[in-house]
Design a protein around this ligand. Structure first.
Ligand SMILES: [Zn+2]
Length: 271
């Protein structure tokens, strides 16, 4: 496991020199402008210069994004992994005026202030122009907790493990051949230490996603290959569930080299 830091800061040549002196590589702004360029630098947690770079970037009021890279061995050793989107293409349809939300979800429990409470009642609609490229997984922008796959890849790789599928429609509401949505019906609480933010309107909670280290472990995992977190995550009016896959699904994704999603091992249960 490597914990990676990505630093961003308003560009000045002297800042770049300070980071380079610490041994970091620095990406200068593509189009340097006197006041508006953004510099980018990277460091692994614990590496030479990392702690000093963190202090400098905080001093400069820059941004620090933390993410974690796991080895294939760490992924396949985990009982469960969170699966999250790496390949996004297109928007759910119709994309204007929240049209997709009204068509795809029931909104009886929906809260417009925190985004919690959407329940899918109809197939997603997408444009035929969405592109998988070399990816086996596709996510639609705005929708972080629904996973789409080419029918053939799902049938060959995940259906034998018991992962179900739902149909997908085109923009006119007609069945779209060759693409499926993974069927995910069950939930589990994740073991979270954070308090979450309580919505002032509906009283339900949203949690922030942290990308540092292992993902939280499911507390009461159902006996199925893929399920959702009971908790919601997100900020503002956006809420989504985290998606969890069992070890045999993660192993198949790794062994078959399926691209388009990231796997984040959950903490070992004993930790
Ligand atoms: Zn709410």
């Amino acid at each position: 496991m490597k914990i990676k830091y990505r630093f961003t800061f308003s560009w000045e040549a002297s800042k770049g020199e300070q980071l380079r002196a610490l041994g970091l590589t620095v990406e200068e702004p593509q189009v340097p402008e006197e006041f508006s360029g953004i510099g980018v630098s990277h460091a692994d947690e614990g590496a030479a210069g990392w702690a000093e770079a963190c202090s400098l970037v905080k001093l400069w009021r820059g941004g620090i994004d933390v993410s974690t890279e796991f080895t294939k061995e760490e992924i396949v050793a985990a009982d469960y992994c969170i699966i999250r989107g790496a390949h996004y293409s297109g928007y759910p349809q119709p994309e204007s005026d929240d049209g997709y939300r009204k068509i795809t979800y029931g909104s009886a429990c929906y809260c417009p202030d925190c985004g919690v409470g959407l329940e899918q009642v109809a197939p997603f609609r997408m444009r035929k122009s969405v592109r998988f490229g070399r990816n086996a997984f596709l996510y639609l922008y705005w929708v972080h907790d629904q996973i789409f796959m080419p029918h053939g890849t799902w049938e060959k790789r995940l259906a034998p493990l018991g992962v179900g599928a739902l149909p997908v429609n085109d923009v006119k509401g007609q069945p779209m051949e060759g693409v499926i949505q993974l069927k995910v019906e069950q939930h589990s609480l994740l073991q979270l230490d954070a308090e979450g933010e309580v919505c002032g309107t509906c009283g339900r909670k949203n949690f922030l996603v942290h990308d540092r280290g292992y993902a939280p472990h499911p507390v009461d995992p159902p006996a199925c290959p893929i399920f959702r977190s009971s908790q919601h995550f997100g900020a503002g009016a956006q809420a989504f569930n985290r998606m969890v896959v069992r070890s045999d699904v993660a192993a198949e994704i790794v062994a078959s080299g399926l691209k388009g999603a990231r796997l984040i091992p959950c903490f070992p249960r004993s930790v």
